[in-house]
Design a protein around this ligand. Structure first.
Ligand code: GLN
Length: 287
């Protein structure tokens, strides 16, 4: 095989990505990953030759990316709230919007519970990002549930690698919590909320590669909220905080569902950095 410098490999890869209408920085992202270099180190080594096995892997991954495989599944991780989480095709790739859910929960925890220890539940934990981040940022007793054994196995690895103390339970939504002899103070969820009718318009990398179980919430995307919210009174403490991520345009319906179950308190909508409705939360007062 012809010798290729890092500079040439990066240039060719950028051209390839451009041709396929993909984001060019992916080339640098992949190379930094294989070579275990930060940006400065990579730029300082542009004239070095690329090992043949690295070059082969680089070309393979670029080709797979061009078929739609997200880079995060190729390299096996994504950052969330400043920490690195393992991901694979069994879990949703964490999104920056979800970091805003974490921010809201941390702020409300201080208001509602001050320094008190709390029991936290993350419903549909996927890679575990929410449960693990809250365990590390807030502490307390953290429980996470998921219907997918494969997702739970990723989440457990993440908790172990990040030394987070989280109890993972298998089952549908809050079902695993019903057998516990404690009530939840903070319940958080980023459930699958994409309307099935939007499937055709989703980007290929999402539609064909992220797990459908983590993406779709029935025809209008609200199925999980509809099943989850009315079931909450049996597991929730008072006072409590309930916080959901929602899809843009869904907040009004989710607020209505919450008000039906908790008519005495007022649900709130929080907009994300792009001005889209993104989080719905409700604080329940002491009984
Ligand atoms: N809780 C995980 C996350 O926020 C998974 C969410 C999901 O699969 N819908 O990334």
């Amino acid at each position: 095989m012809k010798k290729v410098t890092i500079r040439e490999a990066l240039f060719d890869a950028s051209e390839f990505l451009k041709k396929h209408h993909l984001e060019q920085p992916v080339a640098e992202w992949l190379l930094r990953h294989y070579l275990n270099k930060n940006r400065t180190e990579l730029l300082l080594s542009l004239d070095e030759e690329l090992d043949e096995d690295v070059l082969t892997r680089f070309c393979d991954d670029l080709r797979r990316h061009a078929t739609g495989v997200p880079v995060q599944y190729l390299i096996g991780y994504e950052y969330f709230y400043g920490r690195r989480f393992l991901v694979n095709e069994h879990v949703l790739i964490p999104r920056p919007e979800t970091e805003e859910l974490i921010e809201s929960v941390i702020t409300w925890k201080k208001t509602l519970f001050n320094g008190q220890a709390v029991t936290i539940a993350d419903i549909g934990t996927g890679s575990g990002v929410i449960a693990i981040t809250l365990a590390l940022e807030i502490g307390g007793d953290v429980i996470a549930t998921d219907l997918s054994y494969d997702a739970l196995s990723v989440a457990k690895k993440n908790a172990e690698a990040l030394r987070a103390n989280v109890t993972f339970l298998h089952g549908d939504l809050i079902e695993p919590l019903l057998t516990l002899d404690k009530k939840i103070d903070i319940l958080v969820s980023n459930p699958p909320y994409i309307p099935l009718k939007d499937k055709a318009t989703l980007p290929k990398n999402v539609r064909d590669f992220e797990p459908p179980l983590a993406l779709f919430g029935g025809d209008d995307g609200l199925d999980v909220y509809r099943r989850l919210i009315p079931a909450l009174p049996s597991v929730i403490n008072r006072p409590a905080l309930i916080a959901f991520e929602v899809g843009a345009g869904q907040s009004e319906d989710v607020v209505t569902l919450l008000q039906q179950t908790f008519p005495d308190e007022k649900a709130e909508v929080i907009y994300d950095i792009n001005g889209k409705d993104r989080i719905v939360l409700i604080a329940l007062q002491q009984a």
